[in-house]
Design a protein around this ligand. Structure first.
Ligand SMILES: C[S@@+](CC[C@H](N)C(=O)[O-])C[C@H]1O[C@@H](n2cnc3c(N)ncnc32)[C@H](O)[C@@H]1O
Length: 196
């Protein structure tokens, strides 16, 4: 577990509602896609302050995060059936093939090692399960220069501004089922994968 990232999010937790406002339209679409899947066991890695947890309507939800402060706030937003645990997404303490769905909402470019996170998400996923990844993805247009110029500051904010999912080895084990783009320049996307 990266203690510095956990500490950063412990402190950042009071400001996160501002980010939440900005992410609201994307999350609406994320939950539309998730809630229309058949009932299953769902793991959200990097669940954050959990204000979106009431939007899960269909599944048995487990949320994990490394930041205790974020989890404390998340506890105010959950139904009794939702399980919240402090755990490192890069070292999941679940058995192989435990979950039908894994959700990574603005988490994959925050963790230390996104490749390891994806490998772990793959490991705990059922053979016919799905992974939902909502994030920014550095595009191959002028916006990439914004990501490059922001890179030195993004380290301070504990995320990777330059992020290419195709650079992760573990992505080859997944098959892309759907790509949903947000905004004029498609900087944010929801990618839905199953095991290849
Ligand atoms: C940008 S927030 C996203 C929160 C929420 N999923 C959302 O969409 O609003 C990223 C979260 O990932 C958590 N995080 C960072 N590294 C982690 C790790 N290795 N394992 C689990 N959670 C982690 C942070 O503490 C933070 O709460």
């Amino acid at each position: 577990m990266n203690k510095q990232t956990a500490n950063f999010y412990n402190k950042f937790s009071i400001f996160y509602p501002l980010i939440d406002l900005f992410l609201k339209p994307q999350k609406k679409r994320l939950f539309h896609e998730i809630n229309r899947q058949p009932f299953g066991k769902l793991l959200e890695i990097g669940v954050g302050n959990g204000t979106h947890l009431p939007l899960y309507k269909t599944h048995a939800v487990t949320g994990i995060d490394t930041s205790l402060k974020m989890l404390e706030i998340a506890k105010n937003h959950v139904a009794d059936s939702t399980q919240l645990l402090q755990m490192d997404g890069e070292n999941l303490l679940f058995e192989d093939e435990t979950f039908d769905y894994v959700v990574l909402s603005h988490t994959i470019a925050v963790v230390d090692n996104p490749g390891r996170l994806l490998k772990e998400a793959y490991r705990v996923l059922q053979p016919d399960g799905k992974i939902f990844i909502l994030n920014h993805f550095t595009p191959n247009n002028w916006l990439k220069y914004v990501d490059y110029s922001f890179q030195p500051f993004s380290k301070i904010l504990h995320f990777k501004s330059v992020f290419h999912i195709e650079s992760l080895n573990s992505i080859s084990k997944l098959k892309l089922l759907e790509e949903i783009r947000f905004g004029t320049f498609s900087y944010f996307k929801l990618l839905i994968y199953c095991k290849a």
